[in-house]
Write a protein that binds this ligand. Structure first.
Ligand code: ADP
Ligand code: MG
Length: 689
């Protein structure tokens, strides 16, 4: 065991035919060891299994032919230029392989040799030619470069496909066998998965598409299974911890519900039932609440807080920005203070004195609910008895912050709210340790936001139209293009855009600006002026994205919309359509590719955040989708979250089942070892005895 694992950990530079120079090229591809090389899977494959008769070749197409070498000739049209031609015939016709300035090529061929050529077909002076074809001698041994499904590897300057394939062939033959199986026998049988060694070999040199797909699925399953084992062990760990039980019946909650100016939607009722059931259990709640912008998540958070306070405890709610914290504070106070619940607000702009009193109250228990930004996580914030921690992440995925708010209490119930609909595969992976509630219904009376996109040439038309609405008393948001370099540049751009709009299209109307360089009091002032209608147009950087609620704003214009992610645009669009009047969203965009165009079309087609999320995931892939590379959890080599949902669900079930019988994986030491290596600090086996 030890010997073989050491062997695979050997540096590739000691492989025959590699050496220091090529080893450093391989390092650029992330390959250090022999094991890494085995896991350097092809980007794609070319099917060169079928040979086209030469007579049937069509110029311009890629094809593979097989024939016998008849003639090898060299031609020097002028100094410094050398053309090598190799003619092959296959009984239907003759074709030439042609190489420029590679005189050594003629030595690779002999008359009478059977060869396969693969490449793009040209017709030149009525001769059929393939320039620099990939070629392979067909001498009866297993071919590598033609006459099969040929692996196409990621390359770096200085490495060739041909060389890498040969190297891979050697490594697959001599070393793959040392790779040990890690999946339990029962799972291999149940799903008829190939074993690990065969799967890895087949990834490189599949004999047919079916074999390749079977290998891919097995390796994808393995990745997802490891991930899910980690996630499940977390869940199991969490379920064993004792937390607080909140009281089952709370007349206060019923009173709060009655006091609301609306009836809960049936989706809200269902989710409320899920949350309150969790809260009553002694094990801590770990719940993710997903719902589209405006679906009414906040009210559920408020009910949960009421239930918490009714049981004699304290609740905290953390928002990603000050504006949003302030807004939550207002909504929470509006609903809960009439019932004698004491609500506090803590942000980084809270003054020292207020802060001191507030923290004192939190510690003594005279504050029941504390709303705030990440300031809640600071030293010195100590609760008397925190039993409910709510995080409103909007579109941010602050997994780490989530963890530290939790550590403020003993083991409080936690509820994470997010308005970014996450495709199911991502939710299961990123938030797999959480139970998920979904509000999939909008409050009644909401009208869809009519969305359309326009090229830059139509900008004037759009703004004239917007002006019409404004003169009728509506309000509008205009979002500036996303400028990633710096806050300062972006803020300056916002100011400039506001001036331009005021000068050109919105003469006589009041235009306000909101950007990241404003102090938070200034931000709140601008926002208040917009809320009460003093300002007609709010020009803003993406700060408006997060949860601002001004029902009279019915028009949203996004400049440079092609630069935004779909989820972001959808969030932005959620700023309008919050009242009873019809609302409009104009995306000014200059899409440079079909994908960019398609992304804009998706938004004009649908209002459903979930549908948009699925499309976005398909168009961009998981890493891009989340807009960040830090999600190492999501970087799979083989598994594809856009199409492997079925495998993911199976992996999850199998992981659960396995841990039920063997919670510490005592019977599967090699699996356990791999989990430790990959997810060390995340697997709680180590800490739970
Ligand atoms: P979210 O946080 O999901 O974006 P909010 O909780 O802010 O949504 O709700 C958006 C708006 O809809 C708020 O003004 C809220 O008062 C209102 N609302 C919430 N639930 C309902 C409901 N069941 N019926 C009518 N209006 C509702
Ligand atoms: Mg909200």
């Amino acid at each position: 065991m030890r010997g073989s694992s050491d062997l695979l950990a050997t540096s590739v530079r000691y492989l025959k035919g590699v050496g220091p120079r090529r080893a450093s090229l391989l390092n650029r591809l992330g390959v250090e060891t022999i094991r890494d090389l085995l896991y350097l899977f092809p980007r794609r494959y070319e099917d060169r299994t079928t040979f086209t008769p030469i007579a049937a070749l069509k110029p311009g197409e890629r094809a593979t032919i097989c024939g016998v070498v008849r003639e090898i000739s060299e031609y020097k049209p002028r100094a410094g230029m050398n053309i090598t031609r190799v003619m092959v015939t296959d009984g239907s016709g003759a074709a030439y392989g042609v190489w420029f300035n590679q005189p050594y090529m003629k030595k690779r061929f002999k008359q009478g040799m059977r060869v396969a050529f693969s490449g793009k077909v040209n017709l030149k002076y009525r001769r059929i030619e393939i320039n620099s074809p990939e070629f392979e001698e067909m001498d009866g041994s297993e071919p590598l470069n033609a006459g099969r499904m040929v692996p196409i590897y990621p390359l770096t300057e200085g490495l060739s496909q041909r060389w890498l394939r040969e190297q891979m062939r050697l490594v697959a033959d001599s070393y793959a066998g040392f790779i040990g199986e890690i999946l339990p026998e029962a799972i291999l049988k149940k799903y008829s998965f190939p074993n690990r060694v065969d799967a890895i070999r087949a990834m490189h040199f599949p004999s047919c598409p079916e074999e390749l797909e079977a290998a891919r699925r097995r390796l994808a399953f393995e990745e997802l299974f490891l991930m899910q084992l980690c996630v499940s062990s977390y869940r199991r760990h969490a379920a064993r911890v004792t937390g607080y039980s909140h009281k089952p019946d709370s007349p206060l909650v019923d009173q709060v519900i009655c006091s609301l100016p609306f009836k809960l939607t049936s989706a809200q009722e269902r989710v409320w039932h899920e949350i309150s059931t969790d809260m009553e259990k002694p094990s801590p709640m770990n719940r993710l609440l997903q719902g589209d912008v405006g679906s009414g998540k906040t009210v559920l958070a408020i009910l949960a807080m009421a239930k918490c306070v009714q049981s004699g405890y304290q609740a905290a709610m953390m928002a990603p920005t000050e504006i949003l914290a302030e807004q939550h504070f207002k909504s929470v106070s509006r609903v809960l203070t009439p019932f004698g619940i004491r609500v506090g607000l803590l942000t980084s702009s809270t003054t020292q004195k207020v802060r001191r009193d507030l923290l004192n109250g939190v510690e003594k228990g005279s504050i029941d609910v504390l709303v705030g930004t990440h300031a809640l996580l600071q030293e010195g914030v100590a609760f008397r008895e925190l039993t409910l921690a709510i995080t409103d992440e909007q579109h941010r995925f602050g997994v780490r912050q989530r963890a530290s708010l939790i550590s403020k209490g003993l083991t409080p119930d936690t509820l994470v709210m997010t308005a970014t609909p996450i495709p199911r595969t991502l939710a299961l992976t990123l938030y797999g340790d959480l139970d998920i509630s979904i509000i999939d219904e909008m409050p009644p009376g909401r009208q869809p936001v009519q969305t359309s996109w326009f090229p830059p040439a139509k900008r004037g038309e759009v703004y004239s139209w917007v002006r019409e609405r404004l003169t009728q008393g509506d309000q509008a948001y205009v979002v500036c293009p996303l400028i990633e370099e710096s806050d300062t540049v972006e803020s300056a751009a916002a100011v400039e855009l506001a001036q331009e709009l005021e000068r050109k299209w919105f003469k006589g109307l009041r235009v306000g600006v909101l950007h990241g360089r404003l102090k938070s009091t200034e931000k709140l002032q601008v926002l208040e002026a917009f809320r009460c209608g003093e300002i007609s147009v709010l020009v803003s950087t993406t700060v408006v994205e997060v949860g601002i609620d001004v029902p009279n704003a019915t028009v949203l214009v996004v400049e440079g919309a092609e630069r935004f992610g779909l989820a972001e645009l959808h969030q932005l669009r959620g700023r309008v359509g919050r009242g009873v009047k019809p609302s409009y969203c104009f995306l000014l965009a200059d899409p440079r590719s079909d994908v960019a165009r398609e992304r804009l079309d998706v938004l004009t087609r649908t209002q459903s955040g979930f549908e948009i999320a699925e499309e976005d995931l398909k168009l961009r892939g998981p890493g891009e989708f989340l807009g960040t590379r830090q999600h190492g959890e999501l970087q799979f080599r083989v598994a594809d979250l856009t199409k492997d949902l079925d495998l993911l669900l199976r992996a999850r079930d199998e992981a659960e089942a396995l841990l039920r019988f063997d919670p510490h994986l005592d019977d599967l030491p090699s699996l356990k070892q791999i989990l430790y290596q990959r997810f060390y600090e995340k697997v709680p086996f180590a800490t739970v005895g």
